[in-house]
Design a protein around this ligand. Sequence first.
Ligand SMILES: [Zn+2]
Ligand SMILES: [Zn+2]
Length: 140
Amino acid sequence: MHDSKDFLSELQGRGFRLTRARKAIVTFLACIDAPQSIPEILEALRKKGLLFNKTTVYRELAFLVKEGVAKEVRVSDEKRYYELAGEHHHHTICMRCGDIRDVLFRENLLHVERVLLERDGFRVLEHSLEFFGLCSVCKS
Ligand SMILES: [Zn+2]
Ligand SMILES: [Zn+2]
């Protein structure tokens, strides 16, 4: 969960206009704590009576990613999800129903990054980690 106002006022502060689509997408992503696909975003906005075409939403998301407001979560070549940039975390993805969720670890893999640096001389700048498996509904 995020405060959408922070992201919106930051964009405004950088001189960007808050278009209707921009506002709607950021507000929607801020109130949900799992990454969303473009069809899911379109559907959620449609339910609120906000009609946008796919291209508009796609273009807005590309803008938000470029400006560091949103992040793209790439599950496969064809499956992309979007979430607001925030605290670093990972994802679980159900291979049967496709349910995707945020997971937070207190340790956050810093020890793994340290091993890579000390043992292999590799300096990690960032990482993304997705766990694929079966969700609690699908596994039973
Ligand atoms: Zn599932
Ligand atoms: Zn996430």
